[in-house]
Design a protein around this ligand. Sequence first.
Ligand code: PHE
Length: 453
Amino acid sequence: MATKQGQWSSYWAFILATAGAAVGLGNIWKFPYIAGENGGGAFVLIYLVCIALIGIPLMMAEVMLGRAAGHDPYTAIRQLTKKYRAHGLWQVAGGSLVLAGFLILSYYSVIAGWATAYVLKAASGIFFEADASHINALFHQLVASPYELAFWHTLMMSMTIAIVSMGVEKGLERSVLYLFPSMLALLLVIVGYSMSTGYFAKGLSFLFYPDFNKLSSYGILSAVGHAFFTLSLATGSIMMYGAYLPARVSIPKTTVFIAIADTLIALLAGLAIFPIVFAYKLEPSAGPGLIFQTLPLAFGQMPYGSFFGMVFFMMLVFAAFTSAISLLEPSVAWCVNYFKLSRPKAAFMVGGAAWLLGFGTIFSFNWWQHLKILGFNFFDFLDNMTANYMLPLTGLIVALFAAWVATDSKKQLAITSPFLFKCWKYSLGILTPIAIILVFLNAVGILSFGSHS
Ligand code: PHE
């Protein structure tokens, strides 16, 4: 179905753009740092199970619903509710989808800004043979300066606004084509370095040996939340991109492919980073600075390290950029539809609001460091609220909607095997809601899997 706002020129363009939305800071920056904070193996196992049993079926559902409606997520859910003669309450999901992407964008752009700053640092040769304390100091210098963070955040957000103003066809497609192969290749170079540190086995066992004693109830919640975040689910992004997908393309094949690629990149990032953490006696639980405190050490030691470092951070910026675009697109498309604004105007207004909100994140690393909301600083609060609560909750509603309300899903998805279709339907209609509710009850202390601290 064609939409007013454009359509992907080809099947590959959809795959690339959707993979570009999925692969980003979540894989390379967030996954290693939250895996490190939550004790490694057991966290990773839960994350992988969630990707397979919840993430992939939900991704199919979102692409399907987006394509069926051919509109921004809010309008899509509203129209589908009418089409299937369902209760108006389902529309809550539409609003939440659009809002979550907007909130995430506000801090996403700040962290993408860190990566931008590191392109220059790497190119300057400053990492060359630097020791861990020097690398550590460089990171802290950066986040201590609100002005520097504001500069990079503004740059990132302006570029995102510019691309979204131009519209999907012109802005997005080609940019992702070269990213994945080069990203994989560079990650493999770093994994190669990590193998030479003598701590590769330790890194492997940290990531893949599940020790459930190390996993807290909050760790379980974060693993579930991250499965949504990393696949860009429940934020409107995937649904929005689905709206631009031509009707003849097979949804199941494409989504499985994207989810696997996304997961592989995250695991490779983990394999690149943890051996370095152990080799240099750093803390796996160092927090959001983890990749900025470890990878430069590797670049400082390897031949042509300044060059590899620069290219690596450039790719990270690029990966973040394609995700940032997908975060802004749904709320912009919604404004265009709802307020009848022009695309550039909507992009400027929504992006501008997210830009302003981003200052909360910037200050949480310096001026507002000690300001706590429910025990979290502003950035952690926003990240936790969106990724760990809003996304699973919205995802739950979308899952129920796709499984029980969308009566023509079998035809839409074109799954020929009745068995596979049932797997899809029951994993969304039964397993996902039960799992998410149990994890929530556990996080607030009503159940007790994992340690509660
Ligand atoms: N999935 C992206 C990442 O892993 C982040 C993202 C979340 C993008 C939600 C769009 C929507 O970096």
